[in-house]
Structure formats: structure tokens, C-alpha cells
Design a protein around this ligand. Structure first.
Ligand code: ADP
Length: 625
């Protein structure tokens, strides 16, 4: 991209940033504009009235005129300062608020992303980088909000400065002033105006070059932030506390900590600040001071020649100085704009991740007879970025009301099968059909409503117990209670003073209740029951229990499931013995299918092999002779 193209791109992404921020906080930009306006004109108001008062004092000294200027000056300066202060306060509050609100954009994105996209490590890394850049120096969306304020303030300041400085150039030195009339020459005036603009722009360019240096340390700073975020708070993490003490992990933390010099005085940022970044910024300020000096000389010479009175000197010098500062910061802003463009590109790359999954429009017709039939037809699937088939040529049919077990060793593809069934991913080959129609053709929400799954790594949320069961803050309390009782949580529920309103976990409430693994499991099962979906799936949520306890839970669940289709997943065959149909997975394929009795009778089969290997866990060991 050439210079012009780059600038156009920078302007486009910043405009887009302003638009998306305006969506989450409509008040921010009007208030910021008003606040920038008052900030920008405040110095000129003071300069203007001081000049009028000084002029009167130096010339006619009329008391009644002086009074008027003093009163008008005090009132105007007061009003501008007071209104400016109120607006500034409001702007600062809205700015803090904006920091929180802009998260909504990311939260919405993450909730709406296809699961397959959310599961990709590269997308997690991208989100993490965006967060780190924001934490480091507000790079990204928030910087666009700052740039907006500086730009509006700079432009208003520049225009106000021009308005108050024009007469500096146009007021002629009288003919009687001899050689000083040279100052009236249009060439001279043009030269000085050009010098003012060019030199302050040059100073601004130096400032921009200094800002661009941030880009040189971007990677170190991002890594530094990541290390700080991970290792800086590790000592506070309850779940790590035991391991840290047992294995003295502080040594490992210290090793990383030692390498993290990004923000230290002798780290890369510190060195840069002392080196070229500091030199550029310092040179920029020096140059503006020089040009301010020239304006002083020019103004004083014109006043000496009689072009204007002493009061106007205050006005011109004040206004010209403020104007130079505005040109300086406006040009300097280009550096920020350019540097931030890279960070905004990353932000929008994340916010624009497309949802590639086809969204159908058919409804699943909420059938009162609950007659649903699912069929996997020659389904094969690889995880994104993987070359290995996690499922290969899977054919399976099951009807509502039946009990299906998916068994197989760890890594054989059982969970993957469920993920495809729930359309968390689409298969690369083959089809999954619901009542003969490809599941991609159904409305996604409608289709998802057919399933209740208790995954192995289920998560409850730090909200009241009843709300957790119902997945909503407003819910049917009787149904929630029944679901908990059916899931075996009844006795524990009786013991809770606040019943369904008991807060889970202590993250958000001191009175929160910590649940044991087994209790949490029961709540997760109650949640699946409350959803009352026609297909209910248990994906090894009991993996932490011993095989006998797991078999008991599965057996009990079978009664609760009633007329629903229940799918049980386990690598322990004993848990699923009672199912009508058992599918045995091995390396992503279904290698056997049938009832327990048929499968166990086939001595050459995988099921028999697994059964024999696991039997010791659930048949009583023979007494020692
Ligand atoms: P099971 O539930 O039978 O233990 P899975 O269905 O979880 O097995 O895994 C099947 C295969 O897919 C395994 O080889 C596993 O390593 C791989 N796999 C599972 N999840 C992912 C993932 N998110 N990305 C890449 N490979 C995965």
C-alpha cells in the first residue's frame, strides 16, 4: 500500500471504530465533541479578554470601559471554564464506561461465533492479543476514541487560533515607522506564515515518528503483558495453590518472571524512551519553542512600529502559540493514527470472523408424538487443522425412546460423535439426518432445542441454583425442584436454607455454596432434565467416579429419562450394559453394534476384549485361598 492508500485505510478503520463505539455508547461522542470544543477555545477566551483589558490600560484607561471588559471577561472565562469542567467530568465518566461497554462487542461476537471457530486456537490467540494491546497502551478501539477527541480539539483549536491571529498579519505598520514597514510586505507575511505552518508541522512529524516507535516494541510489550497476566496472578489462583506449595512452582514462575523485562527501566521500552523515541519527541518540542520565539519577535516588532497596541501583543502571542501547539499535535496525531491502524486491523479481523456454518430455515416441528429419528450416514470428520480422521465412515441409526450406548477406549471418537450430533461441527463427508432431512437444513436454534447434553467438562455458573437448573433467571420453581429431586439432589436441597435461591460458588457471593464434584454433576443432570428435550445425552460426566458408582448413576438415569431417547457415553462397558443398542467405537469407526449379550458373545470382537479387560473392576475379586 502506498502512502495515500495507507492514510485512506487508516481513516477508514478509525471511522469504523468510532461507528462501532457509538453503537455501544451513543452519548460518548457528542459529549466528547462538546468537551473538546470547550477545552480548545478556553485558552483563546482568556487571551482575548486579557488583550482587551491591557489595551485599555495602556491607552485610554477609561474606568467604565475597563469595568465592562473585566466583568465580561470574568463571566465568559468562568462560563467556559465551568461548562468545560462539567463536560470534562462527564466525558471522563463516559470514557470509563466505554472501556466496559466496548467489551460487549467482543462478548456478542464470542457468543455468536460458530463453535468450530471459537474452538480454534488462532482465534483465541487473536482475542488475547487484542486484550493485551488494549491493556498495554489502549491500542485498538479505545485509542480511536482518544484520537477522535484529540482530532476534534486540534481542529477547533487551530481554527480559533487562525481567527485570532489573522489581524496580526493584516494590521499594517504605519509609514512613519521607517524600515519596520518592511513587515507589511505580503512576501514577508507569507514567509512567516509558511514558516509557522511548516516548522510546527515538522515538529509534529517528529512527534509522530516518536509515537511510531511504539510499534518497534509491540511484540515485546505484548509478550510482557501476556507473561504478566499469566504469572503475575498465579499465586492468587485457589485451584493452583496446592500444586504451587507441593512442587515449589514459584521457582518456575520466577524463571519466567526474570525474562519479563518488557516494562522495566532497562527493558526495551525504557531503552527506546531514552533513545530515539525520546530524542524525536524532545526535538519536536524544541522546534515549536523556536518558532514561538520567532512569533514573539515578529509581534513585538510590529507593535513597536505601531501596527497595534500592547494589548494585542498578548492576544497574538497567546493565540499563535496555541495555534502552533495545535498544528504540532494534529500532525503528531498521524503517528498515533498510523500505529493504531495495525492494532485496529487485528481487532476487526476478530470481529469479522465469518460464521461459515450453513444456517437452514426448516423448523423441527415440535412434534407432540416426539417421533424423531436420527441417522448418521457414512459420516467422516477431521478437526480443523488436523490431518487425522476423528470419525471415519460412521453409519448409525437410532429412534426416539431407545437407549443407545456409545462405548470405546479414550480417544476413539465418542465425544466427537456427540459434537457432530449437536451440530457443534459439520462433517466433511457424509450426512447426519433428522427424520430423513440433513440437519443443516433445520434452523440451528430449533435443532439445538432437541438435545440436552451433560458433557464431561460441564460448567455451572455463579448464579442461584434454580437459575442454573433452568438456564434462566425467571423459571418454573416446581419443575426446577422436581428436576433436582429426580437427579438425586433432593436431600442436599433440603439442607440449603435458601433452597433454589442458594447462590452457587463463592465467586460472587460470600454466602455462596461450594458443591462437591458429585453434587455439581447432579445439578448438571437436573439442568438437562429441566430442558425436557427429546434427546438426552450423558457424555461421561461421571468420569471422576469409580465404575460401580457410574453404573449406578447411569442405571438410575435410565428410569428418569422415561420416554426420551437417552444416549450414554462411556469407556466403561459396565455402565451401558442395559442399553438396547451399543455401538463400539475404535479409532473413529464403529467396529461393532448390538445388544450387550450379542456383543459379549462374540469372543473375537473388540467389545469382548474390552469387557474381559475391565471385568476385574466390577466383578468381585475372588477370595484369597
Ligand atoms: P473420546 O470421547 O472417545 O475419548 P474424542 O472424540 O474426544 O474421543 O477424540 C477423538 C479424537 O479426536 C482423538 O484423537 C482426539 O485427540 C481428537 N480430538 C478431540 N478434540 C479435538 C480438537 N478440538 N481438536 C483436534 N483434535 C481433537
Amino acid at each position: 500500500m502506498n502512502g495515500k492508500g495507507k492514510l485512506r485505510h487508516a481513516a477508514a478503520v478509525h471511522l469504523r471504530a468510532v461507528r462501532v463505539l457509538r453503537q455501544v455508547s451513543p452519548k460518548f461522542f457528542p459529549v466528547r465533541t462538546a468537551s473538546a470544543l470547550f477545552d480548545a477555545i478556553a485558552p483563546y477566551v482568556t487571551v482575548f479578554f486579557s488583550a482587551r483589558i491591557l489595551s485599555e490600560l495602556a491607552a485610554l484607561r477609561r474606568a467604565e470601559v475597563l469595568w465592562k471588559w473585566v466583568i465580561a471577561g470574568v463571566v465568559c472565562v468562568y462560563l467556559v471554564s465551568a461548562l468545560g469542567a462539567v463536560l470534562k467530568r462527564r466525558y471522563e465518566t463516559l470514557l470509563s464506561d466505554l472501556w466496559g461497554r466496548k467489551e460487549i462487542l467482543f462478548i456478542r461476537k464470542m457468543f455468536s461465533l460458530d463453535f468450530a471457530e471459537l474452538d480454534k486456537q488462532e482465534n483465541h490467540d487473536l482475542r488475547e492479543q487484542i486484550r493485551e494491546n488494549e491493556n498495554w497502551s489502549s491500542w485498538g478501539l479505545m485509542k480511536a476514541a482518544y484520537v477522535y477527541g484529540d482530532l476534534v480539539g486540534g481542529i477547533i483549536g487551530l481554527l480559533s487560533g487562525v481567527a485570532l491571529t489573522v489581524s496580526l498579519f493584516t494590521s499594517p505598520v504605519p509609514e512613519t515607522a521607517g524600515r519596520l514597514t518592511l513587515l507589511n510586505s505580503p512576501l514577508f507575511v507569507l514567509l512567516l506564515a509558511a514558516l509557522m505552518v511548516t516548522v510546527s508541522a515538522l515538529a509534529g512529524k517528529l512527534l509522530a515518528a516518536s509515537t511510531r516507535c511504539w510499534g518497534d516494541v509491540g511484540e515485546e510489550a505484548t509478550l510482557g503483558n501476556r507473561l504478566f497476566g499469566h504469572f503475575g496472578f498465579i499465586g492468587l489462583a485457589k485451584e493452583r495453590a496446592v500444586d504451587i506449595r507441593m512442587y515449589e512452582q514459584q521457582d518456575l514462575v520466577r524463571a519466567y518472571w526474570g525474562k519479563n523485562s518488557a516494562f522495566g527501566a532497562d527493558g526495551p521500552i525504557g531503552k527506546l524512551a531514552r533513545g530515539k523515541m525520546g530524542v524525536y519527541a524532545g526535538l519536536g518540542v524544541c522546534i515549536t519553542t523556536l518558532i514561538t520565539g520567532s512569533v514573539y519577535v515578529f509581534t513585538c516588532l510590529k507593535a513597536w512600529g505601531g501596527a497595534f497596541d500592547v494589548g494585542s501583543i498578548t492576544q497574538y502571542v497567546g493565540a499563535a502559540t496555541a495555534m502552533i501547539a495545535n498544528i504540532f499535535s494534529l500532525v503528531g496525531l498521524m503517528g498515533t493514527l498510523e500505529t493504531n491502524t495495525g492494532y485496529l486491523d487485528k481487532t476487526f479481523a476478530f470481529l469479522d470472523i465469518p460464521n461459515a456454518m450453513y444456517q437452514g430455515s426448516l423448523t423441527t416441528e415440535k412434534r407432540s408424538d416426539r417421533q424423531y429419528e436420527i441417522e448418521f450416514r457414512d459420516v467422516s470428520f477431521k478437526y480443523p487443522g488436523s490431518d487425522v480422521w476423528a470419525l471415519r465412515h460412521v453409519d448409525l441409526k437410532f429412534k426416539v425412546g431407545s437407549r443407545l450406548a456409545i462405548v470405546g477406549e479414550n480417544g476413539s471418537g465418542k465425544t466427537t460423535f456427540i459434537k457432530l450430533l449437536c451440530r457443534l461441527y459439520d462433517p466433511q463427508e457424509g450426512q447426519i439426518l433428522l427424520n430423513g432431512i440433513d440437519i443443516r437444513k433445520y434452523r440451528y436454534d430449533d435443532y439445538m432445542a432437541l438435545f440436552s447434553v451433560v458433557f464431561q467438562d460441564f460448567r455451572l455458573i455463579a448464579q442461584p441454583l434454580g437459575a442454573n437448573v433452568a438456564g434462566s433467571m425467571a423459571y418454573d420453581r416446581d419443575r426446577a425442584r422436581r428436576a433436582l429431586v429426580d437427579a438425586g439432589f433432593g436431600e442436599r436441597l433440603e439442607m440449603l436454607d435458601r433452597g433454589l435461591d442458594t447462590m452457587l460458588y463463592k465467586d460472587l457471593s460470600e454466602d455462596g455454596v461450594e458443591l462437591s464434584g458429585g453434587e455439581a454433576q447432579k445439578v448438571a443432570i437436573a439442568r438437562a432434565l429441566y430442558k425436557d428435550a427429546p434427546f438426552i445425552i450423558l457424555d461421561e460426566p461421571t468420569a471422576a467416579l469409580d465404575p460401580i458408582a457410574e453404573a449406578e448413576i447411569y442405571g438410575k438415569f435410565d428410569k428418569i429419562a422415561g420416554d426420551k431417547t437417552a444416549i450414554y457415553i462411556s469407556h466403561r462397558l459396565s455402565s451401558c450394559k442395559f442399553c438396547d443398542e451399543i455401538a463400539v467405537f475404535q479409532e473413529g469407526r464403529i467396529v461393532q453394534q448390538g445388544s450387550h449379550d450379542t456383543l459379549v458373545a462374540d469372543e473375537a470382537g473388540k467389545y469382548h476384549e474390552l469387557w474381559a479387560a475391565q471385568a476385574q473392576y466390577y466383578t468381585k475379586l475372588p477370595e484369597k485361598p
